[in-house]
Structure formats: C-alpha cells, structure tokens
Ligand binder design. Structure first.
Ligand code: MG
Ligand code: MG
Length: 276
C-alpha cells in the first residue's frame, strides 16, 4: 500500500465523535478504578473481572473483550471450545503475563503485578485502556518497570501532534524503555480505534526499518489511537499459553502494559481514557 493510500485508510473522527469516544473512555477509566480496588491479596482474577464488569454494566456500556474472536478467527476460548471468543470481560495478566490474560481462579498474592486491560463500547463507540496494578508491595525492579512504562506512555502522548511521523514517537518510546534496560515487546502493538476496537493504523512502541518503509504514517487531527507500551524485566519475547489467549514472557520474568486511547487534536493530544 502506498503511503498516501495508507494515510487515507485511517478514519478521522469529528469533534462530536471524539466526545462520544470520551464517554466510552470514562467508563473504561471507572472500570479500571474498580479493578484496581479489587486487586488485593487473596482476591482472584475473576473477582477483578467482576468488579470491572459491574461498573461497565451499571454505566450502560458493554465489554468489547467478552466473546472477542481475535484476529485469528479459529482462536479457541479458555475451555478449548472453538468459536466462543475471549471468556473474560477484561484481560487480567498476572506477573509474567503481558496481555490477553484470561481471568480465572488464580489467587493474587502480595507482590504480584497485575495488568488489567479494559475495552468498552458505548453508543457504538469504543474506548480501550490498561494499567499495571501493584498488589501490596512489589519488588523494587517491578516498581521501576511500571514507572518506566508510565513514562514511556506519557512521552508518547506528549509528542503526539499533527505533522509528526509515528516512527519518531515509536523510536522515542523504545529509547525511553531501553535506556534503563527494560525489554519492549514487539509482537503486540497499539492500534487505531473508533467504531471498532481495532482499526488502522498500527502504533508500535518502537520503530524499525520495515515499519518506516511499510507502515509509518503522519499524525492528523481527528486520528484516535490506542497507545500501549508493553515492557519486560527480562527478554521481550512472548508465547501464548494453552488457553489460547494468555501471552506470557518466554523467560518467565515480569511484564507490564499501560494504555490510553488518545485523540490527535489541532494543538496536540487529548487523552480520552483518563477519567476527565
Ligand atoms: Mg487494551
Ligand atoms: Mg488496545
């Protein structure tokens, strides 16, 4: 696809549409607050899922993840039955899990790091955000990784403005994470978002020669992008567990993932999932 075709495939949103997405984003934020409050030692990942989903339901939204069929249409549910889609209302990824953790009966322990990823649809519009939550007191290196992921996301948002190439932002994200020695997961990336959870373009937390050649794009007002760096304490390589969903680090070391849905405006960036 030529650069101009690629640029045209990105659906721009009007100011009214961006406000509709912010309403979905507010529910995401409130659901993540509830999930965070539920992340206490002794709770299960299913408790965290239920806490988030009750906020989603009470707010009139629907979970975008429950029943999600995945990019791979043949993906199985946690029970192994094909075609049922993702079994949780949110993703709960504990410790070595990076993304797409299936909420189950695992009991959270003091010192765990838990990433909750939440997508909500309201009135046809989507919001998507994630945060890594500390259960009790976490080890210093885990704490440093989480802080770094938050800095990486903040740096990306700070750089988002019309006329800038995404590759420049991706490079900065990668540098911000690599400098203190954290791994940057490359097998899963951010995305455009709107009426669908996943729209063009891809928004990786890194850049590469092939990205710059084949997938780079220039930010324009009205683009709405899910920006989601995933960092690891060790190597960034991942694998998928037998449940067909949960993505974990190959080396078994800790990972974290933070995400916001962000609109590009004439002046810069407008975060739609920060609860404002
Ligand atoms: Mg997400
Ligand atoms: Mg996302």
């Amino acid at each position: 696809m030529s650069a101009s075709k690629r640029q045209q495939s990105i659906r721009l949103k009007s100011p009214a549409e961006i406000e509709a997405m912010r309403r979905a984003g507010r529910i995401v934020h409130a659901a993540l607050d509830a999930a965070e409050a539920a992340c206490v030692p002794g709770a299960t990942a299913l408790d965290v899922d239920a806490a988030a989903n009750s906020v989603i339901i009470q707010s009139g939204g629907t979970s975008l993840f429950k029943g999600y069929a995945g990019a791979d249409a043949g993906q199985s549910g946690a029970d192994g039955r094909p075609g049922e889609g993702f079994p949780g209302h949110v993703c709960v990824s504990v410790n070595e899990a990076v993304v797409h953790g299936v909420p189950g009966s695992r009991v959270l322990q003091d010192g765990d790091v838990v990433t909750v990823d939440c997508g909500v649809r309201l009135d046809g519009w989507c919001g998507d955000a994630a945060r890594t939550i500390r259960v009790g007191r976490v080890p210093p290196d885990a704490d440093a990784m989480i802080r770094c992921a938050q800095r990486v996301l903040a740096a990306a948002i700070e750089m988002m403005r019309p006329g800038r190439a995404w590759s420049e932002i991706g490079r900065r994200m990668q540098a911000e994470a690599s400098e203190p020695g954290f791994g940057v997961v490359q097998e899963y990336v951010g995305h455009g978002i709107g009426r669908s959870l996943h729209e063009p373009p891809q928004t990786p937390a890194f850049s590469s020669a092939s990205f710059e050649r084949e997938r780079d794009f220039t930010l324009r007002p009205g683009m709405v992008l899910a920006v989601e760096p995933m960092l690891t304490l060790g190597e960034p390589q991942t694998r998928v567990l037998d449940d067909g969903w949960s993505v974990v680090t190959v080396d078994g070391r800790l990972a974290c993932h933070v995400e916001h849905t962000v609109a590009v405006t004439r002046n810069g960036a407008d975060v739609l999932t920060d609860g404002r």
